[in-house]
Design a protein around this ligand. Structure first.
Ligand code: HEC
Length: 412
């Protein structure tokens, strides 16, 4: 089957001369001679890299490092410009009073972009400078070359396009340089010969079509509606067969995912059977004694003061008289006129007479407009606070007789 048209003339062209040499050393010698003879369009082929071949051929050092360096600098500048533009103009966010422009914080991204552009320049620069990809070469049509160039042949090929090329003279140069064989390399050229093979074209067309499939799929999905969840490329642990608290579930008749614990069930360590310790009740009445777990020591007193100063003083004041910062503020903004209830004066006689258990209950559950602190303060600490309340109440009614003899100031 041929698609040759009458006007598609097949030309038989001369690529150049191919000379074979004995050894890597001979190849270097030959390269030297050819270069000295003034040829510029020639190449050496060996199965492995031959040291010293570059200077012998007169190949200048590659400018790739310069390209890479320039790309790196460009990346660095670009990254700094980009970040400055974003931080100072498009999203000028004040984060904790830090300056909008600051070099140290730009280092990671500047570094990354520098490396990125330098890497691209290295990769594509190498391909470009080597004129890759090259799918075909006239030498591939030469049997000697194809047979030996990959294993044990050392070749010099001078192109016919070289200005100094002259069939006879060039042959002589190669011969003098010690060639063991010299061949003319010819190749056929026509429109058909220059065209890519059908297989390659089919492969390219297919690749392009396949590459478009994901985009077509995305475009279709974007334009249509679905009640199915989104495609989740990295699932992590986002979807688990579990019910979240407070979520709906049609598995149960009441439509709730959360289940009420079976009546009478108690979580481990949450029995709280001791009415005295946990509720401040003994024999159905407010306890008048501290539970046995609470040591009535200076340490407990200190703990109680510490908790009181944190949780109670903001409203009741450090001395419990009711003039905490919150109350002062409420008075300052005139909240008293709109129903503000002032915190009680804990030192008051009536509270001093309350049983320990009742005060304990007030701390945990609150009273009227005072909120409860049971969720923040564990029982032992609540009792310590009650212990400290006793000290506050005592000090609210103290007289000079309460001061130990040795500490009494001299009365003048
Ligand atoms: C948010 C402010 C606020 C905080 C914090 C607060 N209280 Fe109160 N407390 C009040 C108010 C207001 C009242 C008066 C409630 C009423 O009469 O409606 C009150 C009343 C009381 C009373 C009197 C109870 C009674 O029987 O009338 C006691 C005792 C008391 N608080 C102790 C405490 C202790 C101990 C703490 C710390 C754990 C505390 N309060 C934390 C606002 C507060």
């Amino acid at each position: 089957m041929s698609h040759d048209k009458p006007n598609d003339q097949v030309e038989d062209k001369l690529y150049g001369l191919l000379a074979e040499y004995e050894s890597p050393g001979a190849l270097i010698e030959a390269a030297n001679e050819v270069r000295k003879a003034g040829y510029t369009k020639f190449d050496c082929h060996s199965p492995f890299p031959v040291h010293g071949i570059d200077p012998a051929m007169g190949i200048k050092p590659t400018i790739l490092p310069v390209i890479v360096w320039a790309a790196g600098i460009a990346g660095l500048g670009l990254a700094i410009l980009m970040q400055t533009w974003m931080n100072n103009w498009t999203y000028p966010w004040n984060i904790g009073g830090k300056p909008l422009f600051s070099l140290p914080m730009q280092i990671p991204i500047a570094f990354e972009v520098t490396v990125l552009l330098a890497a691209f320049a290295t990769f594509f620069g190498m391909w470009g400078l080597n004129k890759l990809p090259q799918l075909w070469h006239p030498l591939f049509g030469n049997d000697r070359f194809v047979e030996k160039a990959m294993c044990h042949g050392f070749f010099v090929a001078i192109e016919a396009e070289d200005p100094k090329f002259d069939d006879e003279a060039t042959k002589a140069t190669l011969q003098e340089a010690g060639a063991t064989a010299i061949e003319e390399v010819r190749y056929k050229t026509s429109k058909k010969h220059r065209a890519l093979p059908n297989g390659v074209i089919a492969f390219m067309v297919m690749s392009v079509c396949l590459a478009l499939v994901p985009f077509a799929y995305i475009a279709k999905k974007r334009a249509s509606k679905s009640d199915k969840p989104h495609i989740h490329v990295v699932p992590n642990m986002d979807f688990q067969a579990k019910a979240k608290p407070q979520a709906a579930s049609n598995m149960f008749p009441d439509g709730r995912a959360s289940r009420v614990p079976v009546e009478g069930s108690v979580a481990r360590g949450e029995l709280k059977a001791d009415d005295h310790f946990y509720r401040g009740i003994t024999g159905g009445e407010w306890a008048t004694e501290f539970p046995k777990e609470i040591a009535l020591s200076a340490e407990t007193m200190e703990r109680g003061q510490n908790r009181f100063d944190i949780y109670c003083a903001p409203c009741h004041g450090l001395n419990g008289a009711g003039a905490g910062m919150i109350n002062q503020r409420a008075e300052a903004v005139g909240a008293t006129a709109t129903g503000w209830v002032a915190p009680s004066n804990i030192g008051q006689e009536s509270f001093a007479k309350q049983p320990h258990g009742q005060l304990f209950n007030t701390v945990g559950h609150g009273i009227r407009s005072m909120p409860g602190y049971g969720s923040q303060i564990r029982e032992a600490d609540r009792w310590a606070i009650v212990f400290y309340l006793r000290a506050l109440q005592r000090s609210a009614h103290s007289t000079i007789d309460d001061v130990p003899a040795g500490d009494k100031p001299a009365i003048r």
